[in-house]
Design a protein around this ligand. Structure first.
Ligand code: PFF
Length: 454
């Protein structure tokens, strides 16, 4: 399907903010601090940074280069760049992964809206967060309503296209997110628990570093950078040929990592040490309970949940764009129709996830993988947020090395760049040798143990 007048980002800053918005999400603000808390604090942070540079950055470059070269979403990009049609299947997997991740990520994102609303209107009650969280997540109508509201916001933005919707919103929301985070960090550092929290977060504890730490750091880097499902590829497809991919990709990776590290500077000083709960409990129960007791806690709580809502929204719009771009690029549909149809599809698919947290007992516990009882939401996250992303990244590397070929990849990546030969060689070595070895390790670990990385 030929689309001669493909829309492009208005400015490279707009692109960088949108791509950073995709990367910066719930993964940074609660998953990163939780994993850091469970895996040795400072030593995990150091390992994470190394992995982001060794594995994350090369893959970011692959996705951006493919997107810009093809000027298509994932399915079209493989169709155009690959010598064999079988690679197109990987494009379909990417679109499916985007739809499924959005269907459960949107449910959790809906909670951030609800909690923002509670903080604004009534505040949190001391010690009441645990029971409230349980009754809220097991109320099917509430779960579907907030999911629908969040999805509505997402659809409403993507509906207006790249410049008028995604770029415009990201340009406003990302600076707001940054300022909110700074304000919250300044507040957290004034609390009496700050010193203990910081000590835990920043002083490396080498005893906690194991093979599992490495696997977690790798999986987190991947999820956090939105890699392995074509989100960066799709955003890259709206870049014009004169953009500097080397620079933009590096800035996106640095921003994502910086925000994750900054989120730790907020969460640990408030907690005053290691988190005793992981996953949703950390933010929606432990922190919320603290907001009920802290000075100006209600106001701070409102800002915190606004921060989470913004982070989640700039991520969900990128997931929606991957899905919609398939219908736009490959089926020739209008953007508006594509976004509405994909919105409806995601809604239907998200309902079982929304109901799996207590509303419908049978959906709460479907399978047991490696000792973990997974419900519908947990299973969707395991299969798509963990396995499909990692497998997708691995296959992307195979595609680049064996099908698209080094020469084509490098010609695209370095057009408009003055990077010297030596770092180019290092980058390709990381991509072709280091990254696939690392990804094979996590895939094996996840499939063997059923351990999700969240
Ligand atoms: N990077 C997002 C986060 O850290 O929350 C999650 C995500 C968004 C993953 C978009 C994949 C994606 F395509």
């Amino acid at each position: 399907m030929e689309h001669p007048e493909r829309e492009h980002w208005k400015s490279s800053l707009g692109f960088v903010l949108a791509a950073a918005g995709s990367a910066i999400g719930l993964g940074n603000i609660w998953r990163f601090p939780t994993l850091t808390g469970q895996n040795g604090g400072g030593s995990f942070v150091l390992m994470y940074i190394a992995i982001v540079l060794l594995v994350g950055l090369p893959l970011m470059y692959v996705e951006l280069s493919m997107g810009r070269a093809a000027q298509r979403g994932p399915v079209g990009a493989f169709g155009k760049l690959a010598p064999h049609p079988v690679w197109k299947l990987l494009g379909y997997l990417f679109v499916l992964t985007g739809i499924v991740i959005l269907s459960y990520y949107g449910v959790v994102a809906g909670w951030t809206l609800k909690y923002f609303w509670i903080a604004l209107t009534e505040g949190f009650s001391r010690g009441g967060s645990g029971p409230f969280f349980e009754s809220f997540t097991s109320n099917g109508t509430a779960q579907i309503s907030f999911f629908l509201a969040f999805l509505g916001l997402t659809v409403g933005i993507v509906f207006f296209g790249i410049k008028g919707g995604i770029e415009r919103m990201s340009t406003v929301l990302m600076p707001v997110l940054f300022v909110l985070l700074i304000l919250l960090i300044v507040y957290a550092l004034t609390l009496p628990t700050a010193a203990d929290g910081l000590r835990f977060y920043l002083v490396p504890d080498v005893d906690h570093v194991t093979g599992k730490t490495f696997v977690f750091a790798l999986g987190q880097a991947f999820f956090s950078l939105s890699l392995g499902m074509g989100a960066m590829l799709t955003y890259g497809s709206y870049l014009s040929p004169d953009s500097n991919l080397v620079k933009s990709g590096l800035i996106v990776v640095i921003c994502d990592t910086l925000i994750a590290i900054m989120a730790g500077l907020l969460i640990f000083p408030v907690l005053g040490g290691a988190p005793e709960k992981s996953g949703p409990g950390l933010v929606f129960v432990v922190l919320t309970d603290l907001f009920a007791t802290l000075p100006a806690g209600r106001f701070v709580g409102a800002l915190f949940f606004l921060l989470l809502t913004i982070a989640a929204l700039t991520s969900t719009i990128s997931l929606m764009e991957v899905a919609a771009s398939y219908l736009i690029d490959e089926r020739g549909w209008s953007r508006r129709k594509s976004v509405l149809v994909m919105g409806a599809t995601v809604l239907v698919l998200g309902i079982p996830s929304a109901l799996s947290l207590g509303a419908v007992g049978g959906l709460g516990s479907l399978v047991k993988i490696g000792g973990n009882e997974l419900g519908f939401l947990g299973l969707a996250d395991f299969l798509f947020g963990n396995v499909a992303l990692t497998a997708g990244g691995f296959l992307l590397i195979l595609f680049t090395v064996f099908a698209w070929k080094r020469k084509n990849f490098e010609t695209e990546l370095y057009s408009g760049s003055t990077l010297a030969q030596a770092p180019r060689k290092v980058l390709f070595f990381l991509l072709a040798v280091v990254a696939p070895l690392c990804l094979a390790c996590i895939l094996g670990y996840m499939l063997f143990t059923g351990q999700t990385l969240g």
